[in-house]
Write a protein that binds this ligand. Structure first.
Ligand code: ZN
Length: 282
């Protein structure tokens, strides 16, 4: 199942067609995507029964919003791909390095981001969406706690991210629009292997990042298990799972985003998100 948010309403997506959840369920399921995630098992069972002719809406990418617009918690993991850890000058970590992107930065799949002063960099990432309240789940059962996967960009302003000793990552990764996600949330059963997906970041059509998610040091189930060993996770919580090699500040010379750039982030079996940039700040 693929779930999206079209003109603010939760929809089930099949191909380029969609059906509004509330309308098609005759009011039994909510329009609001956050309320929908609270009833995830019911939603999944109901959507599986939908006939193709129920899909009466056309999906236009520009009308899609963040599949999870108001997550309570957003976790992000640093240095989770060995080549990226190496390019950043670190040995692969023994424990996940966790920070947050404050939820105010979460946005949809097709956006224009106002560039703050500084050095704004790209990080294509697989994002796992929690599907039920989860505390102390084992790695073996962790996929059952995941509603689905989506594409994310962990946009990062490197000056703010790295200032101070020790550096604190979270603010530099939380400027408005710095957490684009989408285009849809895809349930794990849709993938042949949800632990092995091609992930690509394209800057002006050039593939600057490319890997497979099986390269992760801490795969999705291990991250869910380790996070939930510490604190409860809630429906709709996001886990940005780390970025492959090829970020701009490790290029020689370093390369940062400008108003002329277009960034496309793509993951096999999910789709792609697209960001433009502007120097004009609201
Ligand atoms: Zn990241």
């Amino acid at each position: 199942m693929r779930i999206g948010v079209l003109d603010g309403r939760a929809v089930v997506v099949r191909g380029d067609r969609a059906v509004a959840v509330r309308q098609a369920s005759q009011g039994r399921l909510p329009d609001d995507p956050m309320a929908l995630l609270d009833e995830w098992p019911r939603v999944r069972d109901w959507a599986a029964e939908l006939p193709d002719d129920a899909f009466d809406l056309t999906v236009t990418p520009a009308a899609l919003g963040a599949p999870v617009p108001r997550p309570r918690q957003v976790f992000a993991v640093a240095l989770n791909y060995p080549p990226h850890a190496a390019e950043a000058g670190f040995t692969p970590p023994a424990e996940p390095l966790v920070f947050t992107k404050f939820p105010a930065c979460i946005s949809g799949p097709d956006t224009t981001v106002a560039l703050p002063p500084g050095k704004v960099d790209w990080e294509v990432e697989l994002v796992a969406v929690v599907g039920r309240e989860t505390y102390r789940v084992s790695e073996e059962h962790a996929w059952d706690a995941v509603a689905g996967l989506t594409v994310g960009q962990d946009l990062s302003e490197r000056v703010t991210q790295l200032q101070g000793k020790p550096a604190q990552f979270s603010l530099g990764k939380s400027f408005p629009g710095f957490g684009p996600t989408g285009p849809v949330l895809v349930t794990p059963d849709e993938f042949d292997d949800p632990d092995d997906l091609e992930i690509t970041g394209l800057l002006n059509n050039e593939a600057v990042q490319h890997d497979r998610t099986k390269s992760m040091i801490f795969p999705v189930p291990e991250l869910i298990a380790r996070l939930s060993a510490v604190l409860p996770l809630f429906p709709g919580d996001l886990v940005f799972t780390g970025t492959p090699a090829g970020v701009g500040n490790r290029m020689d010379p370093p390369r940062y985003l400008t108003a002329d750039d277009e960034l496309v982030s793509r993951i096999e079996g999910i789709g792609e998100i697209r960001q433009g940039f502007t120097d004009v700040r609201p």
